[in-house]
Structure formats: C-alpha cells, structure tokens
Design a protein around this ligand. Structure first.
Ligand code: GAR
Length: 197
C-alpha cells in the first residue's frame, strides 16, 4: 500500500477533499494507496477533528515547543520527520501547511512531497496572494500544485486551476472562489501522481 500523509496547519478543507475523494474513488483498489495520517503543527487545527472522525491517525507536532532549541526550525523538522516516518509515506502532501521547511527536510522527501499554493505560480509566491493579484489588476487567479523543492513555492508544476477575477472582488471573495477549485484540483493531481509512483 502506498501510504499518504497529509500535513495541515488550519481548517484542512483541502485535506478533507483529498480524503473524501480517495474514499469515493476507491484509491485503495485503483492505486493501492490510502491516506493514513494527518499531522498538524497546531493542536487547534480544525482539520484534526475531521481526520479523527474518519478514523485516521491525527498527530500534532507543535512548532512552538521548539522555540528554545538552538536551531528551532531544524529541531521542529527533525521531530516532524520522526512522526511522519512512522507511517512510511510514499507521498507527503502539504495542504495549508504554513511552515517553511528546512533544506534537510525537503531533501528527505525529495520527489515525494507536493504542495498547493493559492496563486498561478510562478506569480505570487509567498503570502497575501489574493490581495497581490487584485493589486496587480490580474484578470485571472488560481491555484498551483507543485513538487516541493528547497526554494519556497518554486518546484515543478504538476497542475493548475484558473478562476476569473470579478468586478468588486475582495481578497475574501477571491480566496473562496480559488479554494473551491483547489478542492477539485488537488485530489485530481494526486490521483495522477499515484499512477506514476
Ligand atoms: C489553501 O488555500 C492553500 O492553498 C493555502 O492555504 C489554504 C489552506 O486551506 N496554502 C498556502 O497558502 C501555502 N503557502 P485549507 O486548510 O482549508 O486546506
């Protein structure tokens, strides 16, 4: 079985979309794959309740717990990797995981870690993507699924979804339109990937 581990920091709506699609489309039979665990860097992440309700392992590795370490980021990533590796993932899926990862962590999961970013990369890497798209006068916005590499939001693109920017849009209305498409895009790209790994 190809185990999938999903990392979240918040509501986890993309994670829920992936889990639901994996069950509906029977990824276990079709691809020999299943989501086995959801890991959050915040104990309060809403997505953890969904994961538990689905009978998935729901793990928390609080990044704040490593604030006093000599190298907090490296210490957090080392603990995170230890928890993740218990589930022997064939694929590590970042779904609203709002932490910058160390090069060592990225190297460890090279070729089997993907992320979703709420812009049409390479435009608007980083934060505040919706407001930046509005400020730039973009006619279109969207989301990108990409392989994770050492450079933030810059790995090879695996799929994109495009939405129009509409008159009167705010960052909130645009975000909601993009998120709806993310829920379709991410499971589709992962399903494609599972046929190749
Ligand atoms: C999604 O819009 C995702 O693209 C974005 O966070 C949201 C998480 O929503 N990710 C990033 O900004 C990563 N840089 P969710 O928790 O409901 O899936």
């Amino acid at each position: 079985m190809k185990n999938i581990v999903i990392l979240i920091s918040g509501g986890g709506s993309n994670m829920a979309a992936i889990v639901r699609t994996s069950l509906r489309d029977d990824w276990a039979r079709r691809f020999g794959a299943k989501v086995v665990a959801v890991v959050s860097n915040k104990a309060t992440a809403g997505g953890l309740d969904f994961a538990r309700a689905q009978g998935l392992a729901a793990e928390v590795v609080e990044h704040k717990a490593f604030a006093d370490a000599a190298d907090p980021r490296a210490a957090f990533d080392a603990q995170l990797a230890q928890v993740i590796d218990r589930y022997e993932p064939a694929l590590l899926v970042l779904a609203g995981f709002m932490r910058i990862l160390t090069p060592g962590f990225v190297e460890r999961y090279a070729g089997r870690m993907v992320n979703i970013h709420p812009s049409l990369l390479p435009a608007f890497a980083g934060l505040d993507t919706y407001q930046r798209a509005l400020d730039a006068g973009c006619c279109f916005a969207g989301a990108t699924v990409h392989q994770v590499t050492a450079e933030l939001d810059h790995g090879p693109i695996l799929g994109q979804a495009v939405v129009p920017v509409l008159p009167g849009d705010t960052a909130q209305t645009l975000a909601a339109r993009v998120l709806t498409q993310e829920h379709l895009l991410y499971p589709r790209v992962i399903a494609d990937l599972l046929q190749k790994i």
